[in-house]
Write a protein that binds this ligand. Structure first.
Ligand code: CTP
Ligand code: CA
Length: 229
């Protein structure tokens, strides 16, 4: 039916996106997190929808955002995010991981607010799951697997570290971001990135997050298998 079909270059495709930070609680009122606002991920969601895709965003805590036009699955921790992504990644055509997932969480979570007189003076941290790497492992070797795209926020040796992540996580593309450069990174409306692809190519993109999102999706399109028509 025509009403179910949004025309565009991503018509009939389902795109899964992680966005925002995660929170790793140490007690009911305290957590480890980062300043991600989810803007880049939501710009990608918006752009993918505009290109005709069905979009699902697994979204960490970012406050109030426009949720019209795509499915949003709210999560808090890295573990929540991993669970919701792994439940969906088999079904999608493309998975784009923009979330700033906390790499560490407190080893224990106190049931009640910890009083300052009780300590602890030091926190023991343990690793969280790598959502993107686990998703990649899950779909690897499948005949029909989604196109996998990562983001890499770096402050030095940007391209080298990003290329290493692309290979280690088995990705098709990685969007590398020098978060120490002005007009890039956390919370701002513009971005300037280098997209590295598995074919060894590299290209620079800059502009508003909306413009960068469209350019990224245009590049990703080349990795999607042709739809049977
Ligand atoms: N990522 C993820 N789950 C994690 C950590 C990262 O899904 N627990 C994803 C991010 O969403 C991003 C990519 O992996 O798409 C790279 O994230 P980044 O933090 O740059 O890389 P790490 O592998 O965590 O390495 P490091 O932080 O040590 O640079
Ligand atoms: Ca990390």
């Amino acid at each position: 039916a025509a009403s179910l079909f949004t025309p565009g270059p991503l018509a009939g495709r389902h795109v899964l996106i992680t966005a925002g930070p995660t929170r790793e609680y140490l007690d009911p009122v305290r957590f480890i997190s980062n300043p991600s606002t989810g803007k880049m991920g939501l710009a990608l969601a918006e752009a993918a929808r505009g290109m005709g895709a069905k979009v699902t965003v697994v979204l960490g805590p970012v406050g109030t955002v426009d949720r019209s036009g795509y499915e949003v699955v709210d999560v808090v921790s890295a573990e929540d995010m991993a669970r919701e992504v792994l439940a969906r990644v088999d079904e999608v055509d493309c998975f784009i991981a923009t979330a700033a997932v906390s790499d560490w969480k407190p080893e224990t979570r106190a049931a009640q607010k910890v009083k300052k007189s009780e300590g602890p003076e030091t926190l023991t941290l343990v690793r969280t799951p790598d959502v993107l790497a686990e998703a990649s492992r899950r779909v690897s070797g499948r005949e029909k697997r989604p196109v996998l795209v990562g983001f890499a926020a770096e402050t030095q040796r940007v391209v080298e570290y990003a290329r290493d992540k692309l290979e280690r996580k088995g990705l098709d593309a990685i969007v590398a971001n020098d978060v120490s450069a002005p007009g890039a990174g956390f919370g701002v409306d513009t971005n300037q990135v280098t997209v590295l692809t598995r074919d060894g190519k590299q290209r620079e993109l800059s502009g508003t997050k909306r413009e960068v999102a469209r350019s990224i999706l245009n590049l990703i399109q080349d990795f999607l298998p042709r739809t049977p028509s």
